[in-house]
Design a protein around this ligand. Structure first.
Ligand code: AMP
Length: 279
C-alpha cells in the first residue's frame, strides 16, 4: 500500500495504478461503514484509493473540527488489511493555500435539511470532493447513504460539471441496535450511546407505519418526532419527510420519501435516514 501526501505525489502514484480506479473519500477514524465502501470499491475496481482528510471548510465555526477524532496509525492498518492500493493524506495547507479563492457551490439541493442547519457545509463538501476527483481522476467514487444529502449533492455536482466519475452510493452500516456507524459515535458516553438508538427507532416506527398503510407525510414526521421525544437525552433539531431527489419537504399523500433527522444526544449531533417506497 502506497501513501501520498502532496498533489504531485498523488498524481504520480495514480498514474501507475491499474484501471478502473475507485476512490473512497473519508475523514478518517475509520469504522465498518467506511470499510463497506472500500470493499465495494475493491470488488468493482482494479485499484482502490482512499483519501483521509478532515476537511476544515465543511465545519462551521462552532462545530467540532478541533475535537474530530483521529487515529492515523489504526486507519492505515485497517486499509492495509483491505488491500487498498493508495492512501492520500493531503494537508490543509496544500488543499487551501493562504490565497485560496475558488469554491464549488451547488445551489437548490444544499439549501434544505443539513444545508439549512449548517450554512457553508456543502460548499466545503462540494469543493473538496471536486478537488479530490480532479486530483485522483477516479472512474468510480464511493459514498455512504448515511449522509443522504451529501450523496445527492455529489451526484448533482458530478452531473453539472460533467465529471467522468461514476458515483456509487452504498447502504448504511448499523450497529445491532440500529445506530448508524459514525466517527462521531466516539463522543457518546455509555448512557448517551444507549440513548442514540432512538434515531433508528424513530425511522423504523415511521417505516412500519408506512408499510402498514400510513401515507400522510405529516403523520410520518409526527411519529418520528414523538418517538424521539420519548428519549430524555435526545434533542431534536429537525425531522423530515422529503422527496429523495429534490429534498423538498413533502405534504399530503406520498408514495416514496427520504425520512431523515438530526438529533443532539447530549452535545453530539447525529444524523440518520431511511428511504421508504411502495413496492
Ligand atoms: P466521513 O469519514 O464521515 O466523511 O465518511 C466518509 C464516507 O463514509 C462518506 O461517504 C459517508 O457517507 C460514509 N459513511 C459514514 N458512515 C457510514 C455508515 N455507517 N455506513 C455507510 N457509509 C458510511
Amino acid at each position: 500500500m502506497k501513501t501520498a501526501v502532496t498533489f504531485p505525489e498523488v498524481r504520480a502514484a495514480r498514474a501507475s495504478l491499474a484501471e478502473p480506479v475507485g476512490l473512497v473519500p473519508t475523514m478518517g477514524y475509520l469504522h465498518a461503514g467506511h470499510l463497506s465502501l472500500v470493499r465495494s470499491a475493491r470488488s468493482e475496481c482494479a485499484s482502490v484509493v482512499v483519501s483521509i482528510f478532515v476537511n476544515p471548510t465543511q465545519f462551521g465555526p462552532q462545530e467540532d473540527l478541533a475535537a474530530y477524532p483521529r487515529d492515523l496509525t489504526r486507519d492505515l492498518q485497517m486499509l492495509e488489511s483491505e488491500k487498498v492500493d493508495l492512501v492520500w493524506l493531503p494537508t490543509s495547507d496544500a488543499m487551501y493555500p493562504p490565497d485560496y479563492q475558488t469554491w464549488v457551490s451547488v445551489e437548490t439541493v444544499t439549501q434544505r435539511l443539513e444545508g439549512a442547519m449548517r450554512p457553508g457545509h456543502f460548499r466545503g463538501v462540494a469543493t473538496v470532493v471536486t478537488k479530490l476527483f480532479t486530483a485522483v481522476l477516479p472512474d468510480k467514487a464511493y459514498f455512504g447513504q448515511k449522509d443522504a444529502q451529501q450523496a445527492v449533492v455529489v451526484q448533482q455536482l458530478t452531473r453539472d460539471l460533467n465529471l467522468p466519475v461514476q458515483v456509487v452510493i452504498c447502504p448504511t452500516v448499523r450497529e445491532p441496535d440500529g445506530l448508524a456507524l459514525s466517527s462521531r459515535n466516539a463522543y457518546l458516553s455509555p448512557e448517551e450511546r444507549r440513548a442514540a438508538a432512538c434515531l433508528y427507532r424513530a425511522l423504523s416506527a415511521a417505516q412500519s407505519a408506512f408499510q402498514a398503510g400510513e401515507r400522510r407525510a405529516q403523520e410520518l414526521r409526527k411519529m418520528m418526532d414523538k418517538t424521539l421525544h420519548q428519549e430524555p437525552l435526545a434533542h431534536v433539531q429537525y425531522v423530515s419527510c422529503a422527496d429523495p431527489v429534490t429534498l423538498e419537504e413533502l405534504d399530503g399523500e406520498i408514495t416514496h420519501a427520504l425520512l431523515s433527522m438530526a438529533v443532539f444526544i447530549g452535545k453530539t449531533r447525529l444524523i440518520d435516514n431511511l428511504v421508504i417506497k411502495e413496492w
